[in-house]
Design a protein around this ligand. Sequence first.
Ligand code: BV8
Length: 241
Amino acid sequence: MTSPIVSGPIVVLTGAGISKESGLDTFRDADGIWSKVRLEDVATPEAFARDPARVHDFYNARRRSLLSSDVAPNPAHFALARLEEHWAHEVLVVTQNIDDLHERAGTSRLIHMHGEMLKARCGTCARVVAWKDDLGLDTPCPSCKQSGAMRPDVVWFGEMPLEMDRIYRAIAGCALFISIGTSGNVTPAAGFVREAREIAHAHTVELNLEPSAGHTMFDDAVLGPATIEVPAYVDRLLGAS
Ligand code: BV8
């Protein structure tokens, strides 16, 4: 498949599929996270109010997994950093992921719309701090010293994703919208492709292992593993630019 002859800003939306080959689980694949635990029990404010210890256990296990030595950025993450470095116009990566693999691969123009697992937020004073240890009910806030209110700095279901104005502004001005490794099941991220088409009249392409729920809204699709297809697509973009 040839890449489109595109010149102009690019917005890239990524989901759990781009981190799968780095060793992190996706959510809705057959063996995904939601096949083992209900999101209503671990990824909503109500779940945290009802059973904070269970929510902390869920995120502590994922944080430890992310920080283990065998989890690292893969060629897809590095390809996006290369695109940002060599593309003649702006490239913005909007990730639904709460891991830090895009940063570790060198991407700098990055928005974590669902927050970050390596940050913690105090429910009492709202201070956000970098965090690599386990969190628990007895964890005191480094700022206000209160215990019992520290939570992962992630966006749960029913909470407003982060930096939405900045995301919509970037989409409204993009020439190319690329979606990578997302099933297109979660809003508002799943609606970004419609904004790109209808507001920016951008070229839209999804790179995914299989067609996403929103696949009919994309001009193009490249099906296959991210570590193969994303570097190849970036090579075609940079070769054509
Ligand atoms: C909001 C952070 C409004 C935490 C996440 C009914 C009731 C209640 C709510 C709703 C409802 N209907 C809709 C909603 C809204 C809700 C929603 O969309 N729910 C879904 C379940 C229907 N959305 C929200 O609540 C959002 N907030 O709408 O706020 C508002 C308005 C006013 C005031 C306040 C609020 C907040 C959503 C954010 C929730 N937090 N994550 C955490 O990570 O633990 S979302 C969660 O899903 C993850 O972040 C994940 O990133 C995201 C999307 O999943 P994907 O990344 O797409 O992963 P998935 O497994 O689904 O797909 C992976 C894909 O990769 C697959 O297609 C697969 O084929 C592919 N793949 C696999 N391997 C590879 C690959 N591709 C390439 N290569 C490979 N190797």
